[in-house]
Design a protein around this ligand. Sequence first.
Ligand SMILES: Cc1ncc(COP(=O)(O)O)c(C=O)c1O
Length: 461
Amino acid sequence: MDDRYDVLADAARLGREFVDGLAERHVGATAGVAELRERLARPLTAAGEDPRVVIAELAADADPGLTASAGPRYFGFVVGGALPAAVAADWLTSAWDQNGGGTLTTPGLAVVEAVAADWVRDLLGLAPECGVGFVTGCQMAHVTCLAAARHAVLADAGWNVETDGLQGAPSLRVVAGAHAHITIARACRILGLGADTIRVVPADAEGRMLPGELGVALGEHDGPQIVCAQAGEVNTGAFDPLEEIVGLCRASRAWCHVDGAFGLWAAVDPARRHLLRGFEQADSWATDGHKWLNVPYDCGIAIVADAARQRGAMASTADYIPANDSDVPWGVESTPEFSRRARAVPLYAALRALGRDGVRDLVAGCCAHAQRMAARLDAHAAAEILNEVVLNQVLVRFAGSDEVTDAVIERVQRDGVCWAGGSRWHGVIVMRISVSGWQTTAADADRSADAILAALDAVTA
Ligand SMILES: Cc1ncc(COP(=O)(O)O)c(C=O)c1O
């Protein structure tokens, strides 16, 4: 064995120690940025250092700045854990160090990604012809899907945006709900569609786009339009009425894109698939592996019903790259990347390890734990649940007060039994709880709810 690679065994041991400690570690980071800088900003030497020392010290120095976000009681943002098989596959992906651009550079991993794409379409119940691109996250999935949308609606209006750009193009309007995730506006910014020119459609109290208002909006513009609907609002988990929205888009020849960063996976749970009714008829969908599928960062998924539209927006070639004559899609044709990590490899391992039932149970389990936490919190006189808990998201406010709610959030984070962040909902401060990790059990849900209520009691004592 080449002892220059002994450091890989060190990394495996250190990684193992970290994941073994996840369940009982203080959930938030315990060191501040200044301390971490002090620990990590060692002098960059001229001669370099022994890789084993580098890795040992890196792990020790960063440790107090790490959060147990992959553990069972982290409920911040929408952060999934990382399944053991997926972590192991991720390590292998690094060891293999393949350029995941396509079959030319790595036939093995291009086929792994093609199989993962088959499984994703199959699990979601989408047509096998859909194009699938594996990108860094839902943000880049939006960029990919909306680039395909821009390509398609302008091509249908007789304009080639790939060759001629946007200057002088027919006026293209993006329409989105009032609670569209910020990454939609950012994708529009990146694509030259403008963030502030998005026509915002009012939403109901849960954040669901109002279809009647969408009808009005679509009628205002005589030209190409792209509608961005949502499956899983980032605060409430609410679903836009997709069946009606898709119908309105069809009638106006507008492209319908669905942001389902986490909510799209409700499709695998028979008890929740109805929340997505009609979603299969949309034109594109953006989702994540690194949220609810519990694949380690980073893994986003861009799906486009008409794969040719996706290739039309993304494919690029060069004299030194022959055309793809295989039936295996290339990442370079379905994503904005050229050289790229084969980031569907951990997804492949996660889906195989879970199986169909495991994916369903993961989604259903998180939703059940969210409901359990909501019920336990709601039983306290000074806690109020502000959303309909239809998925894995809970919004809770304490003592009807911004100050108390902020103080409870701060105290919970400091106590370290669990971690939840804050948000603003209808103008007031709330605690957001997102149950997205495979490790969370009913006991973790109870222990976390009790820790939150203990913090509330301490703050209001
Ligand atoms: C609804 C929704 N869309 C998009 C995103 C962005 O996803 P990512 O962070 O993977 O880019 C998020 C992130 O939480 C989200 O909740």
